[in-house]
Design a protein around this ligand. Structure first.
Ligand SMILES: *Cc1c(COP(=O)(O)O)cnc(C)c1O
Length: 238
């Protein structure tokens, strides 16, 4: 018998983890009257090396998320296949140019100036960029995202721009809270999403809630996009 390399066992871990995550997604979707097809799975690949990302892509992952523009760009040439890519971290205006046309969605839009930049870069490129408005659902000072009471104003401003399309909402509840509190935040986000939808119509179809620790709760509250990193790739080592 030959000994397995540690890379092999990491590949096996990813396979196992993906099975578990997919199973949990389909159970939670069923409990909320939907099927697993109604909930999109994003693999969050920050700090993950391309060799492992490629393994996940071979297991059917077709959407990856990165927080940082530079990290995303540095990995692109090593990726096999062409997964969809979303930016999920705070985006600065001066980075917008680098990802216009490369990512299919910016999930972390939280201000008018960056929206203006996305608009002008997209118009110049002749494309429309899809965005989610990130809401600071727990009103935490240290967190990015628009405060809930400013959401309507931001949505109105963004919807008046060309080259940019509001597809929905993204939120991350405060860390270290109880399951009940967590679900309450998700339910609030869901309500804001429904408001957005009734105001801006059928383009609004994406509610991005839920990470490794809470994606089941998020799905039970109506999430249709879960962003999962460590539950697929293991704990991050920075
Ligand atoms: C890192 C990150 C995730 C994934 O976190 P895990 O807990 O590892 O699943 C999801 N969403 C955002 C915005 C993140 O920054």
């Amino acid at each position: 018998m030959t000994e397995k390399s540690s890379a092999d066992s990491l590949f096996e871990d990813i396979d196992e983890n993906l099975k578990t995550v997919r199973f949990n997604i389909s159970e939670a979707a069923a409990k909320s009257g939907r099927t697993e097809k109604d909930v999109r799975l994003m693999a969050v690949t920050k700090t993950v090396q391309p060799v492992y990302i490629n393994h996940a892509l071979r297991q059917g992952i077709d959407l990856i998320g990165e927080n940082k523009v530079q990290e995303l760009l540095s990995k692109l040439e090593y990726l096999e296949g062409s997964p969809e890519k979303h930016i999920i971290g705070h985006l600065q205006s001066n980075k917008v140019r680098k990802i216009t046309g490369i990512v299919s969605m910016i999930e972390s839009l939280d201000g008018e100036s960056v929206a203006n930049e996305i608009s002008s870069r997209s118009l110049a490129a002749g494309i429309t960029t899809d965005v989610l408005l990130e809401v600071n659902i727990g009103r935490e000072e240290a967190k990015t995202g628009v405060m809930p009471e400013m959401l309507a104003e931001l949505a109105a401003a963004v919807s008046s721009l060309g080259g940019i399309r509001i597809r929905g909402l993204m939120a991350v509840p405060p860390a270290g809270i109880s399951e009940t509190e967590n679900r309450r935040y998700f339910a609030e986000a869901r309500k804001m999403y429904e408001d957005l939808k009734s105001r801006y119509g059928k383009d609004v179809d994406t509610l991005s809630l839920g990470m490794s620790g809470d994606y089941v709760q998020a799905i039970l509250e109506g999430s249709n996009l879960v962003r999962i990193g460590s539950a697929i790739f293991g704990a991050r080592r920075y």
